[in-house]
Design a protein around this ligand. Sequence first.
Ligand SMILES: *Cc1c(COP(=O)(O)O)cnc(C)c1O
Length: 343
Amino acid sequence: MEKKNLDWGNLGFSYHVTDKRYVSMFQNGAWDDGALISDDKIVMSEDAGVLHYSQSVFEGLKAYETEDGHIVCFRPDLNASRMADSARRLEMPAFPEDRFVKAVIETVKANAAWVPPYGSGATLYVRPLMFGISPVIGVAPAEDYMFRIFTTPVGPYFKGGQKPIVVRISDFDRAAPRGTGHIKAGLNYAMSLHAIVDAHKKGFAENIYLDPATRTKIEETGGANILFVDRDGKLVIPTSDSILPSITRRSLHYVAEHYLGMTVVEREVTLQEVDDGNFVECGLCGTAAVISPIGKIYDHGKEILLESGMEDIGPVMKKLYDTLTGIQMGRIEAPEGWIQKIM
Ligand SMILES: *Cc1c(COP(=O)(O)O)cnc(C)c1O
């Protein structure tokens, strides 16, 4: 198979139309067989449910080449089950989980020429999405849904090393208690756009959101979970019902315990503890970057400099990053079921 002629080392994180996408429709109460198609455009009613009441959920994962030349993706079964959970919360029909994994495999295979070569740092980003497509005028769930998977090659998240970022404690809230923070829905992102544009204007890379009920506990950023390392070297993971269950975070929890012999604590983390300097390292985690180290946290004029500093990723985050990316790339043996071979 001949690869596309792209400058793999210099791709950004942007959309690039690839050859094939997978589409399945839910109509008359059932999912059809689904198929790979070439058309990247969607024609729908101006009254489609998604356009008015934001009935839409999505996922994100990566396909990539391993050291021994296979194309694989990482734990797609977890994306399948999370998307089904997201759909149910928005009164959408869940796409069958086994079919989700098969459709990811089929779509990546059909776009194999777009999978960046091993060592380039680039990957093929896979974006499953699903939305209400039939007309809806009174507030109600749509009758018909489109499930779709497309792919786009994306560059390495870090060009020239993992530079620590500066984040701020946000005055905006992300997800209400008992709301939709735990599902991967576009609606959670629409309302974060103003906060992120404002953060960037003021020189911050991201917003850390607090729990809206008390504004005393750390939740997550707009698109990544947060990890801390405390003074005893324990990995501390904030908990809350409105944090999105990151697959990267769940995998790092396992890696910390089973590969690195660390103690991992999942518990509520207060802003006060962060302000008091109880943590020596902090990082964001998600599919795109795996881990982005945080060097500094701004809390309303107060500046918390993590001990790992602004020069480089801290030693614990580095070990976590190297181990998980080593597992993903096939350099370190993976736990059973983590690596889905595609071809
Ligand atoms: C997707 C997402 C994450 C990261 O999840 P991964 O499964 O690790 O990619 C974290 N927070 C939010 C709000 C997200 O939407």
